[in-house]
Design a protein around this ligand. Structure first.
Ligand SMILES: *[C@@H]1O[C@H](CO)[C@@H](O)[C@H](O)[C@H]1NC(C)=O
Ligand SMILES: *[C@@H]1O[C@H](CO)[C@@H](O)[C@H](O)[C@H]1NC(C)=O
Length: 202
């Protein structure tokens, strides 16, 4: 008789343990589009799939909590869903975004990288136009050194061309007034201590 009670007691303990394990939040992955352009609008939702409310949602960009940033709005839709919207994409929005959800049992997170331009794009542009390229590092440890090349040689100071490092992950090349001499194959090379990677845009 004593042994049966003992076994039931153990079983209850086990069920209790697996129940509390299951109530930690789990969230669905979210994805930014892959063809985002400057000026566009983008929105992602962090949706809790499993877990016991109440939840606390926290959005991070490159590991830091997102502060009030121009053009970013965070809205908790209901107790299971939080939405992050960027109303006007700019180069400063490139980065690795994370949604972290916590409840009393623990927390979990999902991340996705927002990048505004893919490599290997070709552009048809008119003389006199303004054009701007962003070179965004998607994966890797800072610090990066950015080097811009035109047809294989480092770009020297060129009329109407400005090169600017936006932050530790993004560099910008802008041509304020296109001229036939600007035709060419432009490459951005980002190096950190480990290795370098590049993208080109003829
Ligand atoms: C984005 O951030 C998350 C959380 O810090 C990390 O686990 C993930 O590896 C990062 N992704 C990239 C591509 O850096
Ligand atoms: C542009 O330059 C890069 C780097 O030098 C090279 O890999 C790529 O093939 C070139 N593209 C064209 C279209 O010439």
């Amino acid at each position: 008789m004593f042994s049966i009670v003992f076994i039931i007691g153990l079983l209850q303990l086990f069920l209790l343990a697996s129940y509390s394990e299951a109530t930690k939040p789990e969230i669905n992955p979210f994805h930014f589009g892959r063809t985002l352009k400057i000026g566009e609008r983008v929105s992602v939702t962090c949706a809790v799939r499993v877990g016991q409310s109440p939840f606390t949602f926290l959005w991070l960009k490159d590991g830091s909590a997102i502060q009030e940033m121009e053009a970013i709005t965070i809205r908790n839709i209901d107790e299971f869903n939080s939405n992050l919207a960027i109303t006007r994409l700019g180069p400063e929005h490139n980065g690795n975004y994370t949604c972290r959800v916590s409840n009393r049992k623990g927390s979990s997170e999902q991340s996705d990288v927002l990048t505004m331009m893919e490599s290997g794009e070709r552009f048809k542009l008119e003389i006199g136009e303004r054009v701007s390229f962003i070179c965004a590092v998607r994966v890797g440890q800072p610090l990066f050194t950015f080097l811009w090349l035109k047809d294989g040689s480092a770009i020297q100071e060129m009329e109407a061309v400005t090169i600017r490092n936006i932050d530790e992950f993004n560099a910008n090349l802008a041509i304020t007034k296109l001229d036939p001499e600007h035709n060419g194959n432009y490459t951005c090379r980002a190096c950190n201590k480990k290795r370098s990677s590049r993208m080109s845009s003829p």
